[in-house]
Ligand binder design. Sequence first.
Ligand code: TQI
Ligand code: CA
Ligand code: ZN
Ligand code: ZN
Length: 160
Amino acid sequence: HYAFFPGNPKWPDSKSHLTYAFLPGTRADAINPVVRAFQTWAANTHFSFSRTQDYTNADITISFESRDHADGNPFDGPDGTLAHAFAPTNGRFHYDADEQWSVSVTPGAYHLETIALHEIGHLLGLHHSSVEGAIMYPTFMAGESKGLHGDDIQGIRALY
Ligand code: TQI
Ligand code: CA
Ligand code: ZN
Ligand code: ZN
């Protein structure tokens, strides 16, 4: 079953359109997978998203970071933590730059789009789910891909 962060933080109901921006230096091959992940969430929730170049004013920013990157949650090099995102309305989504990332499903690499679906769930206010098929279920392996599940969509509908 879906879950929320303590205190149920969420975007204001008046704010169903969110902008996102990639920080300068984001690897070019990550852009399309992240765009597709936002499109999937938009198709299944009341949210809409648009990409902006104005990264200082975007609601959500995406970047690749390595080791200590000044947000109190240092990455750990290869394996371990792959990515993280913060609860609403922080809007920061970081990939660990030291992982093997892939655009297509590739043995031994992490699927950029699947991880984006999971991290965007956090950005919108979902915590981890106990439903195995859910994108918010807290287990994921290299060389695998997943999509949204009814449990993820029900979670967003229950929060908003
Ligand atoms: N990163 C963790 C995650 O995104 C970071 C994290 C731990 C976290 N607890 C949290 C983020 C609570 C928000 C709220 O869950 S991770 C998965 C999993 C990770 C894990 O790199 O371990 C996925 C990234 F566990 F679901 F498979 C993506 Cl899909
Ligand atoms: Ca890591
Ligand atoms: Zn970070
Ligand atoms: Zn998670």
